[in-house]
Write a protein that binds this ligand. Structure first.
Ligand code: ADP
Length: 478
């Protein structure tokens, strides 16, 4: 089976969030299962920098002019790169300029990704023709519309990594994009008077998935699906929509082999985790104290992530002698709030604004608790990394967090499923209680170690997940 993943990010070359981790790990896992997998991605500078050797495949006339397709290899996976420098040769984020303004030609930049993915199902590469196009998020959603417009030369699978981003553009652009006029309707990609590339994926894909079963259920509920809930319910009722949980790539995230951390460890020698904690405290300027409960955040700093609740709750954490290390960037008001708190409690709060892959590994290895108080969370990866690293997740019960973290309740402790701390409402009192419960358990090191052991035993391997996607592809083709 020939599967083409269409996406705008690929870790570690170009990453703004969990999407990139998935588009890097899933194709590799599928390939290991015998699938003939390739990726198509726009030719952003970071992609060319990571894949310096590419061959010309073909060029084709598109609505964006004559465009070349190139081909290279990255980590054993074939990558098609769309060579359109006038659209993609812009450094930094793939989506916006350095002032966070979306590029005004995004409608062309990402429609072209869809167009070229469709071309690979139509024979642009004489040696490889996609049978399944697996499009990720709104960036690639138009692949499904183009496939539909050409009578589905390949089947279309669309994965929602985050329903909050709709890829909305003015309807008058449709004429430029070489799609038939009748695609602009409620049973098409029209959405409240505009066109939505997300809806292109939701409506035209043969199968839709999202990145956790709980999120799949949440977004079909009224008021949770941004207006797409009716469409999603209909697709679910026709067995066209399901949730498949994301996984963890052990080549990148495994405390036993991770060469970015101070000391490797596993369940056999968990005591070595302490060396990571001491090194981390020293590195970020916290008081070096292995007995202080060290909370961590590695996240985009946005409203979605609920970190304003954590900021409200910091007095609880500080007054009980805890510490916080935060790595993230995003909304200025949140950055400033945490920076201010760090200036008030420099021995207990350390804040690093920015994006730092290596530091994120050291934080995961060196902390005791990873805090994820999200308002919504399609899957969430950092709680999975936390589990693998014996850094217990403290999460709100939503999306993939609800699927993967089981609270340290008495019954869960007894049956061996406890692996973290869970609170339910989006409310800082509840978060505060959860933090206090973490302190209570911290005072019982035997119990803490037992829960770390449960957490580290869990299997989030991509191999299992790849098998679920392959079964879905087979159903789709069949
Ligand atoms: P989202 O995709 O919504 O941002 P996820 O938890 O699914 O959230 O994935 C976030 C990914 O980005 C994780 O791999 C996390 O480690 C990484 N990450 C987020 N912020 C940073 C940062 N400031 N520095 C390094 N890695 C980060």
């Amino acid at each position: 089976m020939k599967v083409l993943h269409a996406c705008a990010e690929l870790a570690p070359l170009l990453k703004t969030g969990g999407l990139a981790d998935v588009t890097a790990a899933l194709p590799k896992a599928e390939q290991a299962e015998g699938v003939d997998v390739r990726i198509i991605i726009p030719g952003f500078p970071a992609i060319y920098a990571g894949i310096p050797t590419t061959n010309f495949v073909a060029q084709v006339d598109t609505f964006a002019g004559r465009v070349a397709l190139r081909y290279g290899q990255y980590q054993g996976i074939g990558i098609y790169i769309i060579d359109a420098p006038y659209l993609y040769d812009r450094h930094g984020s793939p989506y916006h300029d350095c002032y966070m303004n979306d590029y005004i030609d995004n409608y062309r930049r990402f429609a072209l990704l869809g167009w070229m993915a469709c071309e690979l199902a139509c024979g642009i590469d004489p040696f490889w023709r996609a049978e399944i196009v697996h499009a990720h998020d709104w960036h690639a959603g138009m692949a499904c519309a183009y496939l539909a417009s050409k009578g589905y030369p390949a089947r279309a699978v669309f994965t929602i990594h985050n329903l909050a981003f709709h890829g909305m553009f003015q309807a008058n652009h449709l004429h430029e994009l070489w799609l038939p006029d009748h695609f602009y309707q409620i049973y098409g990609l029209e959405f409240y008077g505009q066109i939505s590339y997300l809806k292109a994926g939701l409506y035209y894909a043969d199968q839709i998935t999202t990145v956790s079963p709980h999120y799949a259920e949440e977004i079909t509920r009224d008021h949770n699906g941004y207006g797409f809930e009716g469409l999603l319910r209909e697709r679910r009722d026709h067995m066209k929509f399901s949730g498949i949980l994301n996984g963890v790539d052990p080549q990148i995230w495994d405390p036993d082999t991770d060469n970015l951390i101070t000391a490797n460890y596993s369940t056999d020698n968990l005591a070595h985790k302490t060396a990571n904690k001491i090194a981390l405290q020293a590195e970020v300027g916290l008081t070096v104290d292995k007995d202080a409960l060290l909370f961590a955040v590695v996240s985009r700093l946005t409203y979605q992530k609920g970190l304003d609740l954590l900021a409200d709750t910091l007095p609880t954490l500080i007054s009980q002698g805890g510490q916080l290390v935060l790595l993230g960037c995003g909304d200025r008001w949140l950055e400033e709030r945490f920076l201010y708190m760090a200036s008030q409690y420099p021995q207990q709060i350390a804040v690093r604004i920015g994006y730092d892959e290596a530091l994120s590994h050291r934080i995961m290895a060196g902390s005791d608790v990873i805090v994820i108080p999200s308002r919504f969370e399609p899957c969430g990866l950092t709680q999975l990394y936390g589990l693998k690293y014996g850094t217990l997740p403290l999460v709100r019960f939503t999306g993939g967090l609800a699927d993967t973290v089981a609270d340290c309740s008495l019954e869960n402790l007894e049956n061996g499923s406890a692996n973290g701390f869970v609170f339910y409402e989006c409310d800082n009192r509840q978060l505060s209680f959860a933090i206090s419960r973490a302190f209570t358990m911290w005072r019982n090191p035997g119990l803490w170690k037992k829960v770390q052991y449960y957490a580290m035993q869990q299997d989030f391997s991509w191999q299992t997940i790849a098998k679920a996607y392959i079964a879905l592809y087979k159903r789709t083709v069949g």
